[in-house]
Design a protein around this ligand. Structure first.
Ligand code: ZN
Length: 523
């Protein structure tokens, strides 16, 4: 207890406590009532000791200080407690947005930050409970993590706001005492309204998705059609003209590293410009809006066209990078649409040799324009390409996974709450054919067993089955928003309740999943 009082008097932020000391401190704090304290969360600074407790599955932030010295900005209920004969003040706070904002200000390691040009791993968390498991999976591995990461589409489907997504990551980081820093990715932003929502919430990494402005037909159009499309591009926004843009590319050869070079024929130029010209203009517009709202250099940018129908050729990649650069855009990461199939929750499907030959050149283009990261979206479970990706990018890669953490939550449920898992699977089978529409998947419903015919002990193995994984993966929105007329979302509540009750199993499944990925990449 004397140790806890000494800790309380720290002015500088206290370093992470060794395991036994943390456990002893947590036990002392437990005795004050109000839940079971996460030992890793305990940290003191400026005469206040902060910790996170679990009270029957719910989080409570506790702040202990000498009477009259509780830090400002946190709302909660106060009581007087006695520790080793000393009277102290204890404030218990709900994990609300205002308290998350105050925590990020008081303890900067709980706030997202810029990551710089380093290898990075983005792990989306649809439920908002996964960050501790993600941290355990990446701890000790050489990649900068992005723990808050959701697209607007996923937020709508899970009924979460950008603030909630960020707050959940903050609480998870605090719970685990992760001091290594993390980014917050406002993923797949398509409009100015999307940008405004996420800048207000405090994201640090913005993924602009101009996919709706990519003209996929340009891959097969004839030259006359291409020329007409190029004429009709938004030239004012592109700050150029058909003639001057053409002069910059058509008939020119650009040398890449190691003897590689890229020659643009007239047709290559027309195809790249017709296909990506509008997407470039749209990206520039959203980038400038970000600069206006946040200031240049105060955020990191990714451009992604991964969700488009046709692959990004190496020439087109060069064209996009070179034009974004000319228009003043600065970015840290770019997600081309690679050839082959990047389906949700399963390994790469395609010609590995062809993929590798293309990757070598994409990586050379990225090095040419500032050594930004190549970003691999729908990146989970692509075990056959990680080694190639790590090698050819020289480590300058971003791996983005999102929905598979939801699958790991379901794996935990299949193990410990088979009844609930059966209900989820039954609904997923019912909704798959509608819900698959906006995702790249090829699972066949007929190959997913009816849970009625399975024993409980067979259920966890479904999470390793190609077809069941995809059916469960894309139906998360239907599952989490299945509500009755009164607005009661019974299934959502049951899933959250079960995962909170079986926290250890949930974290263990996530940790194993994340670790398989970082090890396969070689981080
Ligand atoms: Zn994506």
């Amino acid at each position: 207890m004397a140790d806890l009082l000494a800790l309380l008097d720290s002015v500088e932020m206290s370093p992470p406590l060794p395991g036994d000391e943390a456990a002893a401190a947590a036990a002392t704090l437990d005795a004050l009532g109000g839940g079971s304290v996460y030992p890793s969360s305990i940290v003191a600074q400026n005469g206040a000791l902060y910790f996170l407790a679990n009270l029957a599955g719910e989080r409570r932030l506790g702040i202990l200080a000498r009477a009259g010295h509780l830090p400002a900005g946190f709302t909660g209920g106060d009581e007087r407690v006695s520790l080793a004969g000393q009277e102290l003040a204890l404030r218990r706070c709900l994990p609300e947005h205002g308290n998350a904002v105050a925590l990020r200000a008081a303890l900067p390691f709980t706030a997202p930050r810029l990551l710089g040009l380093v290898p990075s791993f983005g792990s989306g968390d649809r439920l908002g409970l996964a960050t501790p498991g993600h941290i355990r999976g990446v701890r000790g591995h050489a990649c900068a993590p992005i723990f808050a990461q959701q697209s607007i589409r996923e937020m709508i489907r899970t009924r979460r706001t950008p603030e909630q997504v960020l707050d959940d990551a903050t609480w998870g980081v605090f719970q685990e005492g992760w001091r290594g820093g993390f980014g917050a990715d406002a993923d797949h932003l398509k409009t100015a309204a999307d940008v405004d929502l996420c800048t207000a919430a405090g994201y640090t990494f913005y993924t602009i998705d101009p996919g709706e402005h990519v003209d996929n037909d340009a891959d097969t159009d004839g030259t006359a059609a291409l020329a007409a499309k190029v004429e009709a591009l938004p030239w004012r926004e592109l700050e150029s003209s058909p003639r001057s843009l053409r002069a910059g590319y058509a008939g020119r050869t650009f040398s890449l590293e190691a003897g590689l070079s890229l020659t643009f024929s007239e047709e290559d130029f027309l195809r790249a410009a017709a296909k990506y010209g509008r997407a470039i203009a749209h990206t520039v517009g959203l980038y400038r809006r970000l600069v206006e709202r946040l200031g240049a250099g105060a955020f990191e940018l990714e451009m992604s066209v991964d969700e488009t129908a046709t692959p990004t050729s190496v020439a087109a990649h060069w064209f996009v990078a070179s034009e974004l650069m000319r228009l003043g855009v600065r970015w840290v990461s770019l997600a081309p649409r690679f050839s082959g199939r990047f389906e949700k929750g399963v390994d790469y499907i395609g010609d590995l040799g062809a993929f590798e030959r293309e990757l070598v050149q994409h990586a050379a283009v990225a090095r040419q324009f500032g050594n930004y990261r190549l970003s691999l979206h729908s990146g989970s479970d692509k075990f056959s390409i990680y080694p190639l990706f790590a090698r050819h990018t020289g480590g300058m890669m971003h791996l983005k996974t999102a929905g598979t953490s939801y699958l790991e939550a379901l794996r935990a449920l299949a193990r410990v709450e088979p009844g609930l898992f059966r209900v989820v699977l039954a609904l997923a089978r019912e909704r798959y054919l509608q819900d698959r529409a906006s995702y790249h998947v090829s699972a066949e419903l007929s190959r997913v067993s009816d849970p009625a015919g399975l024993r409980d002990s067979d259920l966890p193995a479904l999470l390793d089955d190609f077809h069941a994984r995809q059916v469960l993966h894309v139906t998360f929105g239907s599952v989490l928003t299945a509500c009755d007329e009164s607005g009661e979302c019974h299934l959502r509540r049951a899933i959250y309740g079960a995962l909170q009750q079986h926290e250890a199993e949930h974290y263990q499944a996530l940790e194993a999943h994340m670790r398989r990925h970082v090890q396969a990449v070689g981080w």
